[in-house]
Design a binder for this molecule. Structure first.
Ligand code: URA
Length: 186
C-alpha cells in the first residue's frame, strides 16, 4: 500500500475506542536516509497526539541526543509506536490501552511490510512484548533475537531515562548494538 494512503488510514483510524479521546492517529516517521533500521516506542504522548508525529516530546528529544552522541540522527530511522493513538492520561496499562493493542498490531504489520526494516530497536516493555514476552527490560535489554528476516534488539524506553538518567548509557549501547547488527546483515 502507498505510504500516503496508509498514513491517512492510520490518522483517521476508528478500530478501537482510543480514537474517541485522541486528537489524531500517529503513523510511522520514515527518515529521508532510512535504510532498514527502525525504532519502536510505546504510544503517542501529548506532543505526538497534537503533531501527528512520533517522538516529538521530551522522550523524543532525549532520543535525538542519544542518536547524536552516536553520530546518528533520526532521519536515518523509521520511528513508530506499538499504539498509534494516545491513551487517556498516557496510561499504557489502562484497560483501554490494553484493548487497543490487538487492533493496532494490524497497523504495525502494515507499516513493517511497507518499509521492511531489517533491525528494529524495541524501546520499553510494551513495544517488546510480542517478541520478548514477559521478560523485563532490566533482564532483556542488550539482547537480540531474529524472527524470519528481522532482528529485534530490546532496550529501555527513553522516558525511563528521563526519570533515571543512568539508563541512558544502556540505551546508547543497545542502539550501537542494533547498528552493528544492521551493518553485519547488510
Ligand atoms: N513515547 C513513545 O513511546 N512514543 C512516542 O512517540 C513518544 C513518546
Amino acid at each position: 500500500m502507498d505510504k500516503a494512503i496508509l498514513d491517512a488510514q492510520i490518522r483517521a483510524c476508528t478500530l478501537c475506542p482510543l480514537h474517541l479521546t485522541r486528537t489524531i492517529g500517529v503513523p510511522a516517521y520514515v527518515g529521508e536516509h532510512y535504510n532498514g533500521l527502525a525504532i519502536m516506542g510505546e504510544a503517542p504522548g501529548r506532543d505526538e497526539d497534537l503533531s501527528g508525529k512520533p517522538f516529538m516530546g521530551r522522550a523524543g528529544a532525549l532520543l535525538d541526543e542519544y542518536l547524536s552522541a552516536l553520530g546518528l540522527s533520526r532521519d536515518q530511522f523509521m520511528l513508530l509506536n506499538r499504539l498509534r493513538c494516545r491513551p487517556p492520561n498516557n496510561d499504557i496499562r489502562s484497560s483501554e490501552a490494553i484493548a487497543a493493542l490487538t487492533a493496532c498490531d494490524k497497523w504495525t504489520q502494515e507499516e513493517l511490510n511497507e518499509n521492511k526494516p531489517r533491525v528494529i530497536i524495541l524501546m520499553g516493555r510494551t513495544a517488546a512484548k510480542p517478541i520478548f514476552g514477559t521478560t523485563s527490560v532490566s533482564n532483556g535489554r542488550g539482547t537480540y533475537t531474529s524472527v524470519d528476516e528481522t532482528t529485534f534488539v530490546y532496550t529501555y524506553h527513553p522516558a525511563a531515562a528521563l526519570r533515571s538518567p543512568e539508563l541512558g548509557k544502556f540505551i546508547m549501547q543497545d542502539i550501537q548494538l542494533a547498528v552493528d547488527l544492521w551493518k553485519l546483515l547488510k
